[in-house]
Ligand binder design. Structure first.
Ligand code: NAD
Ligand code: TYD
Length: 352
């Protein structure tokens, strides 16, 4: 048996593939276009693993996807591939429409054709798991309850709108064609291999390099943080036990204001890597212009996943964030390779 993981060289996809091999001997085919966000170094520990097969390619390439599904007799597709950074979706939405919407459509149709041709028992056992985000639900006021699976879709950024569209396509392929799908909508992830354009790794690296820690607006925007390995365990759980056509919200009940997250990072760094001049990392905090259309608060109610599928996270924010800071301190070579080239251009464009 084999699973196909798209976007496998990205942050969550690579964590998922590594995590998969800690729990299973089943083969994995990793498909990734290796955009700026894809990094084969994330998967380098699998270089000698004969159960892992990596292919560079686009989820929208129907011929390639069809060939892969046939060749490896895939029993499940897990779709992580996406353009994922809100700020990039604001400055250039085109790639988001192309990959997240058109790419997902092409992938769904390639998978449907393959699934249609499977024998009865393989057809019945087949799964398409679509990895999505809580951002499709829009923004909450402080007093609102956390998002449940029945919340209306109210996406506000080009990124979240493109993910919402992909969720709708997945839903339609279930209702119209019977494709056996499940969808997960997760809150903000953090952990190893997180590309340093996102808040947490950006601030860890900027802190260590003596650069400003850019806080958009008043820093009081709230995100609900989940350690990436807990997201991976939720996806394994939903793949195994999720009900067809259902969606599952994934989160760890860890709502934090951005400024609180950054101050926590600073205090862990003060302890693990004190600055030579004796000053605190927090002095590097710099308030900058807010993100246009910045969502104020996201919060996930994960009751359905916890109650129906008996999933729960292993990490609290405190344990997960410490592990994350330690990972970045211990993986300087990974950081050095990631922050060259295209990354530099983005940072100059976004923060100059
Ligand atoms: P990421 O940007 O780190 O990785 C995305 C990967 O997809 C990259 O390796 C990239 O090369 C690949 N990719 C992009 N376009 C492709 C295409 N057309 N064909 C094949 N591969 C392509 O993103 P991430 O943070 O790992 O997110 C993975 C998924 O999880 C996304 O669908 C995202 O919407 C979702 N998600 C992310 C978060 C989060 O906090 N990061 C939270 C909830 C859901
Ligand atoms: P980010 O990591 O980009 O994730 P998302 O936008 O998908 O939630 O941002 C997390 C929060 O941090 C978000 O409210 C925007 C804010 N932020 C900053 O304040 N400064 C930054 O430099 C970045 C990248 C994000």
């Amino acid at each position: 048996m084999t699973i196909l993981v798209t976007g496998a060289a990205g942050f969550i996809g690579s964590n998922f593939v590594l995590d998969w091999f800690e729990h299973s001997k089943e083969d994995v085919v990793s498909l990734d276009l290796l955009t700026y966000a894809g990094n084969l170094e994330n998967l380098s520990s699998l270089n000698n693993n004969s159960h892992h097969h990596f292919l560079k390619g686009n989820i929208g390439d129907r011929e390639l996807v069809s060939q892969l599904l046939q060749k490896y007799q895939v029993r499940a597709v897990l779709n992580f591939a996406a353009e994922s950074h809100v700020d990039r979706s604001i400055s250039g939405p085109g790639d988001f429409i192309e990959t997240n919407i058109v790419g997902t459509y092409n992938l769904l149709d390639s998978v449907r054709a393959y699934w249609d041709g499977l024998d009865e028992s393989s057809n019945k056992a087949f799964r398409f798991l679509h990895v999505s985000t809580d951002e499709v639900y829009g923004s909450l006021e402080k007093s609102n309850p956390a998002f449940t699976e029945t919340n209306r879709y109210e996406p506000n950024s080009p990124y979240s709108a493109s993910k919402a569209a992909s969720d709708h396509l997945v839903r339609a392929w279930y209702h119209t064609y019977g494709l056996p799908v499940v969808t997960t909508n997760c809150s903000n992830n953090y952990g190893p291999y997180h590309f340093p354009e996102k808040l947490i790794p950006l601030c860890i690296l900027n802190a260590l390099n003596g650069k400003p820690l850019p806080i958009y607006g008043d820093g009081q925007q709230i995100r609900d943080w989940l350690y990436v390995k807990d997201h991976c365990s939720a996806i394994r759980t939903v793949l195994e036990k999720g009900q067809l056509g259902e969606t599952y919200n994934v989160g760890g009940w860890n709502e934090k204001a951005n400024i609180e997250v950054v101050k926590t990072l600073c205090s862990i760094l003060d302890e693990l890597k004190p600055k030579s001049d004796g000053s605190k990392y927090e002095t590097q905090v710099t308030y900058v212009k807010d993100r246009p259309g910045h969502d104020r608060r996201y919060a996930i109610d994960a009751t359905k996943l916890e109650k129906e599928l008996a999933w729960k996270p292993n990490e609290t924010f405190e344990t997960g964030i410490r592990k994350t800071v330690e990972w970045y301190l211990n993986n300087q070579a990974w950081v050095d390779h990631v922050v060259s080239g295209e990354y530099k251009n983005w940072i100059e464009k976004q923060y100059s």
